[in-house]
Design a protein around this ligand. Structure first.
Ligand code: HEC
Length: 173
């Protein structure tokens, strides 16, 4: 019954649009337009709300369990993405730039590079840099480690970030 109403409304709207485009825009088009516009938003809202109610839990679950392991990664593409990190990080052991050396970063404890002056936030975070943790951290470092002095906004694209983590893994072997 609800669907039937929507269809009728659609036909009416299309008819109104056709009429309007035919000629008397000011008189007829204006009247039909305001008549049709009143119920239309209510219908649209109802139509959107129904599927949203069933989709939201699934979407939320997917967001909560965005697993690095579920991505097909490309370490070569990740090497290109690492260009964004290279100004501050190198992989050479003991070589600190603006950021600490990323030598064998995967599996390392946070704040463990000798001679690098970490923020307390990073040093005391208790993080172990697993691939999954890196995947989440690098999306928004300041959100993951509030107070970090790593001035980097993050890699928002999930696939690009997964590729980047694959590259970090490859470099850590
Ligand atoms: C503008 C410089 C800068 C850029 C760009 C940058 N970082 Fe950092 N990074 C830092 C600094 C500084 C720290 C130390 C943070 C602290 O002590 O709070 C850090 C810390 C880290 C840590 C934690 C290391 C540890 O020993 O605990 C990781 C992992 C990391 N960065 C990875 C990356 C990756 C991957 C990129 C590129 C996507 C990147 N960073 C881009 C400056 C940078």
């Amino acid at each position: 019954m609800f669907r039937g109403q929507t269809t009728m409304k659609r036909n009416f709207l299309m008819g109104a649009a056709a009429l309007a485009s035919l000629a008397t825009l000011s008189a007829c088009g204006g009247g039909a337009g305001s008549d049709a516009n009143a119920p239309a938003p209510a219908e649209t809202t109802a139509a959107v709300e129904a599927p949203a109610a069933t989709e939201t839990p699934a979407a939320a679950a997917a967001g909560a369990t965005l697993e690095y392991a579920s991505f097909t990664t490309d370490a070569a593409a990740g090497e290109k993405a690492f260009a964004a990190c290279r100004t501050c990080h190198v992989f050479d052991e003991g070589v600190n730039r603006v950021g600490p050396s990323l030598h064998k970063i995967v599996g390392r404890k946070s704040g463990s590079v000798a001679g690098f002056s970490y923020s307390d936030a990073n040093k005391n975070s208790g993080i172990t840099w697993t691939p999954q943790v890196l995947f989440e951290y690098l999306k928004d470092p300041k959100a993951y480690v509030p107070g970090t002095k790593m001035a980097f906004p993050g890699v928002k694209d999930d696939q690009k970030r997964a590729d980047l983590v694959a590259y970090l893994e490859a470099q850590s072997k």
